[in-house]
Design a protein around this ligand. Structure first.
Ligand code: AMP
Ligand code: MG
Length: 404
């Protein structure tokens, strides 16, 4: 097993081979899910002016010290309008939520605590200076860094940027990931299945994982087990400017494993055996200068390989910070066995009363895609460990939907 590369070493070597793609300016409307290439600082205070948090009356708090008190209503201040008049002792202005506090006033009394009487208003309660106000800069102050480079923009971040008047951001391009499946046995879903054939499960799985990451897909289809066809598809990826070529199958020791052979002969093969289960035959190299990650053909191996080796590469290309794939720790409800390779076993985790427990799927075969679909976690048995007893802690990577 000594010629198997440790997982962490493989991850480090892969990550080191990538650098973030170029950045460009883009409109907020196109920026959801994109990764900021530079810090953004606020050019404004938020809120930009002190305003009312209620519909009511802008007052001088001292006037209401002996409430109830009658005040003369001298102005009407809707949202979006700059008040023109200073509020003098004994005066009030009708004010709407979000409208600017007029000079002289230091509080708002909500309309519910008042009674309108012609040109005046009866304030029924006291207020303290600052009541029902949203002071200028109370959310954030001009000059603060509000979002950092490397942050992936969510809906609420775009809202913040819009509130600050930012119309465009500098973000990384989406890395272009070319995807090539290979194998004479593969048939596209929807087509008749001949003898000895299987449906191509990996193309859609891997394309979907690319779509979920912050990358763009260049779909290269399925190549037959024919070196000329594999080569031709790899050439397409290079000419289209792919930042990463991802292949499925053809990297093992079989007589028809042309992907690895082509990398070895016409490109570069950095390593192709990793101390991982499932997914030992994982190739990393380059073809005409473009990095290639060759995932194993077995669907579970391809999926696991993507999560632990491709995701870090895409994150690096996309400008995202390094992040460990482990998402939690659980208590084992049953013992786990492994062969000493770092293992990613399909399983389920469940949290009851704050206690998260885990059990593995019955079938751990790397071709068993049903068990993968039913799992909500990959349970990790570290390298060199052959069994984890019941009740011990196990790290896991969550693969279920939110809350599943
Ligand atoms: P290989 O890496 O070519 O030796 O393939 C390993 C196993 O994965 C074989 O059983 C293949 O039939 C299977 N396999 C390869 N590609 C796919 C695919 N796209 N979808 C489903 N199974 C596949
Ligand atoms: Mg094959």
């Amino acid at each position: 097993m000594s010629d198997l590369l440790p997982v962490v070493e493989a991850q480090n070597r892969i990550r080191a081979a990538f650098a973030p793609v170029a950045a460009h300016w883009l409109d907020l409307a196109d920026a959801l899910g994109r990764v900021l290439a530079e810090d953004v600082s606020a050019a404004l205070d938020l809120p930009p002016f002190t305003n009312s948090s209620m519909d009511g009356y802008a007052v001088r708090a001292a006037d209401l010290a002996h409430a109830p008190a009658r005040l003369r209503v001298v102005a009407d201040i809707p949202a979006g309008v700059a008040p023109e008049r200073t509020i003098e002792p004994g005066e009030a202005a009708r004010i709407m939520t979000g409208a600017m506090l007029p000079p002289g006033a230091d509080a708002v009394i909500p309309v519910e605590d008042t009674q309108a009487e012609g040109d005046s208003v009866l304030a029924q309660k006291q207020v303290q200076p600052g009541d029902y106000l949203r002071p200028r800069g109370s959310d954030l102050q001009a000059g603060e860094v509000v979002l950092r480079a490397g942050h992936r923009l969510r809906a609420q971040d775009l809202g913040l940027l819009a509130a600050l008047g930012v119309a465009r951001v500098r973000a990384y391009h989406k890395p272009l990931v070319a995807l090539l499946s290979s194998g004479d046995e593969l048939v596209a879903p929807g087509e008749p299945l001949g003898p000895g054939k299987i449906y191509d499960a990996n193309s859609i799985t891997l394309a979907s994982l690319v779509a979920e990451s912050c990358a763009e897909l260049l779909a290269l289809g399925v190549a037959r087990d024919d070196p000329a066809q594999v080569r031709e598809r790899l050439e397409t990826a290079v000419s289209q400017g792919a930042d990463l070529i991802l292949t499925s199958a053809g990297v093992s020791v079989g007589a028809f494993d042309y992907v690895r052979a082509i990398l070895e002969q016409e490109g570069r093969l950095t390593f192709w055996r990793v101390n991982v289960r499932p997914g030992k035959p994982l190739a990393f190299g380059a073809y005409h200068g473009v990095p290639v990650i060759g995932l194993p053909g077995n669907p579970v191996s391809a999926f696991v390989g993507f999560l632990i080796f491709v995701t870090p590469a895409i994150h690096r290309l996309a400008g995202l910070p390094e992040r460990a794939p482990v998402t939690g720790s659980a208590v084992l409800e049953e013992a786990l066995e492994s062969d000493g390779r770092e293992s990613y076993l399909r399983g389920s985790v469940i949290t009851v009363d704050g206690q998260t427990s885990a059990r593995q799927a019955k079938n751990q075969s790397s071709g068993n895609i049903y068990a993968l679909s039913q799992a909500n976690a990959l349970l990790i048995v570290p390298s060199g460990v052959k069994s984890l007893p019941v009740g011990s802690a196990v790290n896991f990577i969550r693969i279920g939907n939110e809350g599943e």
